[in-house]
Design a protein around this ligand. Structure first.
Ligand SMILES: [Mn+2]
Length: 361
């Protein structure tokens, strides 16, 4: 979606400013999410060409009406037959001889470009603008999170020993739809007992048993923006819960300290480092095998990546990302606590609000 008030134009302007295109250069955007961000168009066939002064939006006849309604800031051109061939000819007619493209372009298309133009691959150019969310985007992200939280809160009384993981996932999907989401952003993870030690386990026919750790990782949407969060529960009864409570407390501490450490100007790797050292210091480092978080917005995983390797990425105001440390011990189970934060002012505000105390269901 493009927020009201002609933001479509200002986003393309922002892109143009960043590109600083010299004469005879143009940038062809092929990633549909980036095109949606820049123009507001959400169909499945679209290309956006941005030169130093003009911008052209290409789609096929199926989307003629939709494009006219959504895309205000560019000339709309309806392609015929092979769109790439059509666009190549169009670019040549515009006396553009140098073409920048997104590095996710298919090899087949690149080969065609190389025959006709001087080419240059660009990486994360639009994604680097999407990394900072404006007020409208934040409003949608918050609403996506609220919908997800309401759906789980309503479902919780029905989560107990004897229910299958699949039944929980299905009921949660229904709940999310009832809250108003248009799509389920990703396959809901419901992993119980030993299965909870697999960070990305899908829901199965396994029945929840007493003493199981239960990981639920789910999200909502609003206006094309997503949320993503995880809570871990303990299924009631059972003995020998000491180890499970111990790892829960460590993960909670890592989550809390990492969220509290977020500072504008720090590096993404610093946030990862805070979560990781809490877990390492008590000897569980090798059981935390994934990075601490990821950006979220129009995609569930986007910039900035909160990982040990991401030392170049500075934290800045308007970024939204997850903080999701975990400990996964084979045969015992796993714990992950995932929240979403938004950088406001110098620190971070946590968007997700469901209780993080260990709940026994
Ligand atoms: Mn996540």
């Amino acid at each position: 979606m493009t927020p009201e008030g002609g933001s479509g134009q200002s986003r393309i302007d922002k892109l143009r400013q960043r590109l600083n295109l010299r004469a005879s250069w143009a940038f062809l955007i092929t990633n549909l999410i980036n095109i949606k961000y820049l123009t507001g168009f959400s169909g499945s066939s679209a290309y956006l060409l941005v030169s130093g002064v003009d911008s052209y939006f290409f789609t096929d006849f199926r989307y003629k009406e939709q494009a006219a309604a959504a895309v205000g800031a560019c000339d709309i051109i309806i392609t015929k037959k092979d769109p790439v061939r059509f666009i190549v000819n169009f670019i040549e007619k515009k006396k553009i001889t140098k073409l920048a493209f997104e590095d996710t372009l298919s090899y087949r298309t690149l080969r065609m470009f190389k025959q006709r133009f001087q080419v240059k691959a660009l990486r994360d150019t639009v994604e680097g603008i999407r990394i900072i969310k404006d007020a409208t985007e934040l409003w949608h992200i918050r609403r996506a999170a609220q919908r997800a939280e309401s759906a789980l809160s309503e479902l919780k009384p029905r989560i107990k020993a004897g229910v299958t993981e699949k039944a929980i996932a299905l009921m949660l999907e229904e709940g999310l739809k009832a809250q108003g989401v248009d799509s389920i952003p990703f396959e809901i993870i419901v992993a119980s007992g030993r299965r909870s030690s697999m960070p990305h386990a899908r829901a199965t026919d396994k029945v929840l048993e007493q003493g199981d750790l239960l990981i639920i990782d789910w999200g909502g949407d609003s206006g094309g923006y997503y949320s993503d969060m995880t809570r871990t529960f303990l299924v009631g009864g059972g003995n020998d819960l000491g180890k499970k409570k111990e790892i829960y407390d460590i993960v909670l501490k890592a989550n809390e300290e990492a969220r509290a450490s977020v500072r504008r100007g720090h590096r993404a790797s610093d946030v990862d480092g805070v979560a990781r050292s809490v877990i390492k210091d008590v000897g569980y480092g090798r059981y935390f095998g994934h990075s601490t978080g990821h950006g979220i917005g129009m995609e569930v995983h986007e910039l900035p990546y909160i990982s040990a390797m991401n030392r170049k990425q500075k934290i800045d105001e308007g970024m939204v990302f997850t903080v999701e440390p975990g400990i996964y011990i084979p045969e015992i189970g796993g714990v992950r606590i995932e929240d979403m934060v938004c950088v406001t002012g110098q620190t971070a505000e946590t968007i997700t609000s469901l209780s993080r105390d260990l709940e026994v269901l």
